[in-house]
Design a protein around this ligand. Structure first.
Ligand code: ADP
Ligand code: BMX
Length: 297
């Protein structure tokens, strides 16, 4: 797999925010951010990303890479798995929409898979033989790289680890599954759990503010999320024989969160405890991965 340091414009559409960046030789030199319209149509999401690329000085020669939350199938169709995150994205021909808007082919990847690829090549995944990247962000997503190769399937569902279940959850999530990791550890879920218990917060970031202040209710919610992620890591290790897990996303990268995940992993037998690190590229993993792609072109 080539370790070329990419240049061009990278787009990262998550459940909460859209990031767009101009990258030169693997370094983000300019970045724009907007909030995601969860009710937007596929066309409107692509139009927003195009405007952001234009604001970064898009030229006809720029290479573009796009990574999005949701499942991308082999034909380049885009589907929200958690239908509550993007309420109007099902079976949309993203490959075609992006190519039409940008006037050139645009490689498209799931956001967590993109980040996994970038971390494997340039970040905290280097040298791993069996690595999972887990994003704890609006949802909980994943990308898996085995012996240097990403796990991919025609459905694009592989790696959607947030939709596996956890002992500490009984909530239904927007995938329709009950007791998922995402329904207890994703940012949307953390905010909804807190609000449902009567706390005056509307985002996970605010819950983390209370957690830092030592408020017992927030400690309980954040620890439950961390325990679910630790359990997920144990489960994935049993299935895939992971030697390393890289945590990303704004919650995965939040100061102290990885420490709580490691605290709960310590309860697992040693065989089920891979090395757990945070993303070496921090918030840039998805952007870099979007641009570098799977490396087959
Ligand atoms: P996206 O899911 O769009 O890729 P993020 O990785 O930023 O975006 O994840 C968004 C979630 O992270 C939201 O639920 C938000 O409230 C939460 N969040 C953002 N910043 C922080 C922070 N510093 N600490 C904890 N949670 C955060
Ligand atoms: C969800 C799922 C994944 C995504 C993950 C992280 C949807 C819309 N998204 O599990 O495809 O990789 O969230 O995405 O079904 P983010 O929005 O939290 O960055």
């Amino acid at each position: 797999m080539p370790n070329e340091r990419p240049s061009g414009i990278a787009l990262d559409l998550g459940g909460t925010k859209i990031a767009a960046a101009r990258i030169r030789d693997g370094v983000v030199i300019q970045r724009l951010m907007q909030s995601t319209d969860g009710a937007g149509t596929p066309e409107s999401h692509v139009a927003r990303m195009f405007e952001m690329a234009r604001d970064l000085g898009l030229t006809a020669d720029d290479r573009i890479g796009m990574a999005v939350t949701g499942r991308i199938d082999a034909a380049g169709f885009w589907h929200a798995v958690n239908a509550a995150t993007l309420t109007d994205v099902q079976n949309a021909n993203l490959l075609d929409l992006a190519q039409t808007a940008f006037g050139r082919p645009v490689p498209i990847l799931n956001d967590a898979l993109a980040a996994a690829l970038a971390e494997y090549r340039f970040g905290a995944g280097q040298g791993s033989r069996a690595m999972a990247y887990i994003t704890v962000s609006t949802g909980v997503g994943g990308g898996i790289v085995m012996d240097g190769r990403p796990l991919v399937t025609d459905s694009g569902l592989v790696g959607h680890v947030g939709f596996s279940t956890s002992r500490v959850s009984s909530r239904r999530c927007g995938s329709g599954r009950i007791g998922t990791v995402e329904s207890v550890a994703g940012g949307r879920a953390i905010a909804a759990i807190a609000a449902g218990r009567g706390h005056r917060v509307s985002t996970a970031k605010e819950v983390f503010g209370h957690w830092r202040a030592g408020d017992a209710w927030a400690v309980e919610i954040v620890d439950t999320a961390a325990a679910a992620i630790a359990e997920l890591i144990g489960n994935l290790t049993a299935i895939l024989g992971l030697d390393r897990v890289v945590l990303g996303g704004s919650i995965g990268l939040a100061d102290g969160f990885a420490g709580r995940v490691r605290h709960f992993i310590a309860d697992e037998p040693v065989l089920f405890r891979p090395e757990v690190t945070t993303a070496g590229l921090e918030q840039d993993s998805v952007l870099l991965g979007a641009l570098v792609g799977r490396g087959e072109s």
